[in-house]
Design a protein. Structure first.
Length: 160
């Protein structure tokens, strides 16, 4: 069986907290700590202990590491939901936004087999994206309440 080369690329942080991407872009093998400022709270680690390992594996496999801003993260969340029906949280939005960026930069070919790990559910971080997609419908745990909210959704779509 033929062995295929694997290339690791990373989306370890958002621009508001991207010490690994900064070090990778500058060709450094050490991390300079930063103060987090991003909607992607679950990956907002200003001094990641494993940062040098991420840089090493990206370099060793000819991969890449990039960061995206909060608006790009929200767009990544929306893109994954619209194309795959998966509602991810902000870390997953970061992954998809960086994947999109690396494809646009020609660092990942659209013809390649690519795996994107999405492990978090978007229901954990609805407050982070509410301003971009609208506030969620709050309903009682009753079928009638769901049906009423669903009718509101259908009515708003009909108006658009």
């Amino acid at each position: 069986m033929e062995e295929k080369a694997v290339r690791f690329s990373g989306a370890p942080k958002a621009k508001g907290c991207s010490p690994i991407a900064q070090a990778f872009a500058e060709g450094r093998d050490f991390i300079t700590p930063v103060k987090p400022n991003t909607i992607a709270k679950s990956i907002a680690i200003g001094n990641p202990a494993d940062g040098p390992y991420a840089i090493d594996i990206a370099n060793a496999t000819k991969g890449s590491i990039a960061a995206v801003n909060d608006d790009e993260i929200i767009e990544g969340i929306k893109l994954l939901a619209e194309t795959e029906g998966v509602f991810t949280e902000t870390a997953g939005g970061t992954t998809i936004a960086v994947l999109k960026k690396l494809v646009e930069q020609g660092k990942i070919s659209p013809e390649e087999r690519t795996v994107a790990y999405i492990t978090g559910n978007g229901l954990k971080t609805t407050e982070a994206i509410a301003s971009a997609i609208g506030a969620p419908y709050l309903i009682e745990a009753q079928l009638d309440s769901f049906n009423a909210a669903w009718q509101q959704v259908l009515a708003s779509q009909a108006q658009a």
